[in-house]
Design a protein around this ligand. Structure first.
Ligand SMILES: [Zn+2]
Length: 315
């Protein structure tokens, strides 16, 4: 039996807990990881329970079941299948060796640094045709009833990923604030999700203003991709027209209560009334430097910020 065949057989026989009704946790996790490898978001044999993994996991999950998702379960229990290995964070080696279950992503992230596949399996995943054979095996074995929906999802995810890559490459061109109304064939949903994906990749799911990085118990992120010049005005999904914000700061930004000055520091409107614990007040953010991307060509465009100060910010 060759190596591919060996793992195909293993994929067909994943140990699935049927005591509580079949929850397709493990095959969904594997489909999600395969997708991140395909899109270049996982490049080495080190898989962490990241928000991007959770987002993809959720998309597959919602196709195949309406039960509550929990990424922590398969991420931990896949180790019983022999090809998936868990690596503890420093100081948690003993905890990992004795623990028999992990029920939340927050606990998972506390104990586990990352997981890895058998090296020869990871090599198969990095090869497009081998990866496809394994993916087809998982779909045919566990999700035959949902094959069509899953295949459409895979196609749509490829479009989203291509679009988000294109947005990131656009920074090679001069920034222009307003773009012509959109006429290309890309679906609205693909554009919206592609913009979010690019912004989350750059800002790592963190609010640039308060640096809050909130994940739910399941691993979902509360951070949103915000346009600086609103899309309905600018038709501009250039990532330099975007920042990532938590919900409170997204709302405050869109309603002109906060904006950013030329030095990427927060400015706060005087024309509002707020009361409450000082650490939550918008006014305490005044003058605070925002979180900026690693490379300055990805920074928010000065033109877009100037537009926001002039047209949205309430002085
Ligand atoms: Zn925030």
């Amino acid at each position: 039996m060759n190596i591919l065949q060996k793992y195909v057989e293993k994929m067909k026989r994943l140990r699935i807990d049927r005591a509580h009704g079949t929850a397709p946790n493990k095959p969904v996790l594997l489909l999600a990881i395969i997708e991140l490898i395909e899109h270049g978001q996982i490049r080495e044999n080190k898989i962490s329970p990241s928000p991007s993994l959770f987002e993809i996991f959720m998309k597959y999950w919602s196709i195949v079941t309406d039960r509550r998702p929990n990424l922590a379960l398969p991420f931990f229990h896949l180790k019983s299948d022999g090809f998936w290995h868990l690596h503890a964070n420093a100081g948690y080696e003993t905890a990992l060796s004795v623990v028999t279950q992990i029920k939340t992503v927050s606990r998972l992230r506390e104990i586990i640094a990352h997981a890895s596949f058998d090296d020869d399996l990871f090599v198969l995943f990095t090869n497009a045709s081998d990866r496809e054979v394994i993916r087809e095996t998982l779909i045919d074995t566990y999700f035959a009833d949902f094959k069509q929906a899953i295949e459409s999802l895979i196609t749509e995810e490829q479009q989203i990923n291509n679009y988000s890559q294109r947005l990131i490459q656009q920074v090679d061109y001069v920034f222009t604030s307003e773009h012509p109304a959109v006429t290309d064939e890309t679906e609205n949903e693909v554009r919206t999700q592609g913009f979010r994906k690019a912004i989350m990749r750059i800002y790592d799911y963190t609010c640039v203003v308060c640096q809050l990085h909130v994940l739910t118990m399941d691993g979902a992120s509360a951070t949103e991709a915000a346009h600086i010049i609103p899309f309905n005005v600018s038709h501009n999904n250039d990532i330099r027209n975007g920042i990532s914000l938590c919900r409170l700061h997204h709302w405050s930004f869109d309603n002109g209560l906060i904006s950013l000055d030329r030095n990427y520091e927060v400015i706060v409107s005087n024309l509002m009334l707020e009361r409450g614990p000082s650490e939550w007040l918008l006014t305490t953010l005044r003058g605070k430097s925002i979180l900026l991307p690693e490379y300055d060509e990805l920074y928010p465009a000065q033109e877009a910020l100037a537009w926001h100060r002039e047209k949205t910010f309430i002085i």
